[in-house]
Design a protein. Structure first.
Length: 370
């Protein structure tokens, strides 16, 4: 009999921090003079942190709601309320930060660097969480939040997609579902430049909802595969370090699509670590906590850069390397503060107002498996 995944798959929570921090570095190095993040080895592949989150979302949501899916009790409204309570407070907080900043600069008669990014239309689209459903890449307000808009699109479809893939297609082997999701991912990757006018990894607020869907479906299919099939080939203690090394090598040479596939495999391998009850770096309390705060880190890292790195540039005429280095831990510290003071309290408040039970904290068993 195949051992089930534990309720809290802690290694996947820890990996969230690394993915978010990869994105942060990718964006921050752009502030250096004569430097572009996409041109740098490994760092230039940091945009894949977002794709990692897209696959992980499909995997984790299926895990969290599997019993409801099987019992046909997954209610759409409570599900969407819980997801909105998770993502919206930080989205609104960072959006209001830029509203306050733009208002202050306007009143001070100071020129905005990119005024087209702060239009009223884009503000409304951001408030409604549909700014990744456009046909042009607006890059507006808190730009990284485009991925949250794409996630919201996937959330809206999850109560219908997951039961179909898990319950109605129960007779289809999980391997075929994974193959189908991979085929869809390859097709979208190949045709995006011709049909959508931008390469696959350049889909942000322009068709961001299309970028997430094959990856989100892949996450659901991978969960079914791990749940229904023996993953003995992923049980070795060296598999996660080897996959990580391979990801670093491929990302260094900017082989984006192969790296994305290995990131998907890493999710499956890390889940297997949790199923086997093994302890290690990915089950440490510090990393799991940082993983819990990774959403706040992702959402506030650009506001921090706007205040710190842009401020230094205005004062010195350029942004030195030391400013970027110091901004990285500062972003993490501010993310922890926003996680504790904004994200968690607002999530509890919204769930209380909606009369839903707040999520239980992640529990980590410090004892190794027998």
């Amino acid at each position: 009999m195949i051992r089930p995944y534990p309720k809290a798959i802690v290694p996947l929570t820890s990996l969230r921090f690394f993915a978010a921090f990869w994105v942060v570095i990718y964006h921050y190095v752009d502030w250096l003079p004569n430097t572009r993040g996409p041109d740098l080895p490994f760092i230039g592949s940091g945009l894949l942190g977002v794709d990692f989150f897209f696959i992980l979302s499909g995997f984790i949501l299926t895990h969290a709601h599997m019993r409801q899916i099987e019992e046909r009790s997954l209610a759409v409204k409570p599900f969407l309320i819980r997801r909105l309570a998770k993502i919206y407070p930080m989205h609104l907080a960072t959006l209001l930060f830029y509203v306050a900043l733009v208002t202050a600069l306007t009143l001070a008669h100071m020129k905005l660097p990119n005024p087209e990014r702060y239009s009223g239309v884009q503000f409304v689209l951001n408030v409604l969480l549909i700014h990744a459903w456009q046909i042009t890449d607006a890059g507006a307000w808190n730009f990284p939040s485009w991925s949250i808009s794409a996630e919201w699109f996937a959330y809206l479809l999850f109560p219908f997609m997951a039961p179909f893939l898990v319950r109605r297609m129960a007779g289809v082997r999980a391997e075929w579902l994974v193959a189908g999701a991979l085929a869809l991912l390859v097709i979208v990757w190949l045709i995006a430049p011709f049909v959508l006018g931008a390469s696959y990894f350049a889909l942000h607020s322009n068709f961001g909802y299309i970028r997430i869907m094959p990856e989100f479906l892949l996450g659901i299919a991978l969960y079914r595969l791990g749940r229904e099939r023996s993953m003995a080939w992923l049980e070795g203690r060296a598999i996660v370090p080897l996959l990580t090394l391979a990801i670093v090598v491929l990302a260094t040479f900017r082989f984006l699509f192969p790296t994305l596939l290995l990131l998907a495999l890493l999710i499956l391998a890390a889940a297997e670590v949790s199923r086997q009850g093994r302890t290690g770096l990915l089950t440490s309390r510090v990393l799991s906590y940082l993983g819990e705060a990774s959403y706040s880190l992702y959402m506030i890292h650009l506001p921090v850069a706007t205040l710190v790195l842009q401020g230094v540039r205005l004062k010195l005429g350029h942004t030195p390397l030391i400013a970027v280095i110091l901004a990285l831990p500062l972003a993490v510290l501010i993310a922890i503060g926003s996680f504790e003071l904004i994200e968690k309290p607002c999530q509890r408040l919204l769930l209380r107002l909606a009369r839903q039970r707040p999520p239980a904290p992640v529990q980590i068993d410090p004892k190794p498996a027998v």
